[in-house]
Write a protein that binds this ligand. Structure first.
Ligand SMILES: [Zn+2]
Length: 300
């Protein structure tokens, strides 16, 4: 027979034990590969926003998945529909292979018509859960392109729902909320992007250029056409790769991103020529500085 006080203490200890077990179940082992899922509106957006960082993660054995929320079937001046969607899906697969990431999935929603509706949110929730993501990356919900903007809204709207068992009950909920990050943009309203983390991608910039080179319909056809410079794109594959390299590497790094590089890399930051930056979303798990060093194992 034990008295009430010790019974209470036993119960408290038992509860503490259960809590520790639950925490152990929810937290991945320190040396387990990270699981990162990146969302973009179109089959090349993840590549542009986070491709270098993804290549760095993949090279260290971490598991990275890209998801294009639309199939890209409007992104061309003279092609379209199912044929363009198939072409872009194949380009995305090749780009994913060149980045060395685990998966590149293209969802079958129409380009230029994305809306932040429940069915698409459910598609996103299931992808994050199945990937058992530690980190989720997506655009901010402020952007000139409605597909980018709504991809930001859709992913942001999952930051709590991925934990809720009664939402999409066909797919087990996450027990540990991922860290949600925004990819970089230059938009100022209603608030500018804040680079909480900046990653030097110089070691993989050539790999990133060669992966972007897989998106032939975009980097050599559609985007130059939109910008009115289609006639400057060389026809020869080697020459156009050199043209792409000139377009996509060594772009000026803003002072805010440079300051973030200094925070994470110290004095080495001043020599960095290519970077990708991310902002911590205030929804989802809030990482400490130590958490961010574990999630971005590139700074030592
Ligand atoms: Zn896009």
């Amino acid at each position: 027979m034990i008295d009430t006080r010790s019974r209470t203490r036993s119960a408290a200890l038992a509860l503490a034990g259960v809590a520790m077990l639950l925490a152990a179940a929810a937290a991945p082992a320190a040396d387990a590969p990270l699981r990162v899922i990146v969302f973009g509106a179109h089959p090349d957006d993840c590549d542009i926003d986070a491709g270098g960082t993804a290549a760095l993660w993949a090279a260290k054995g971490h598991q990275v998945k890209f998801v294009a929320v639309t199939n890209g079937d409007a992104g061309h001046q003279s092609e379209g529909g199912g044929a363009l969607a198939r072409r872009r899906r194949a380009e995305a697969q090749e780009a994913g292979r060149r980045f060395g990431i685990a998966e590149y999935e293209v969802l079958d929603n129409h380009d230029g018509e994305l809306e932040p509706k429940l069915t698409v949110r459910q598609e996103v929730i299931r992808r994050i859960r199945r990937w058992n993501a530690d980190v989720v990356i997506a655009p901010r919900p402020n952007d000139y392109h409605p597909d980018h903007r709504y991809t930001g809204v859709l992913v942001q709207d999952t930051a709590y729902m991925v934990m809720v068992p009664n939402v999409c009950p066909d797919t087990p909920p996450l027990r540990r909320n991922p860290v949600f990050l925004y990819s970089q943009d230059g938009f100022q309203r209603p608030n500018p992007f804040r680079p909480d983390v900046a990653v030097a991608i110089d070691p993989v910039i050539e790999q990133k250029i060669r992966a972007l080179d897989a998106h032939v319909s975009q980097v050599y056809e559609w985007l130059p056409w939109v910008e009115g410079v289609l006639d400057t794109v060389p026809k020869d594959p080697a020459a156009r790769l050199a043209w792409l390299r000139q377009q996509r590497s060594g772009r000026p790094i803003g002072e805010d991103v440079r300051a973030a590089l200094r925070k994470w890399y110290g004095a080495r930051a001043d020599a960095v020529q290519n970077a990708e930056a991310f902002e911590v979303c205030e929804y989802g798990r809030q990482p400490t500085e130590a958490d961010l060093r574990r999630l971005f194992p590139f700074f030592d």
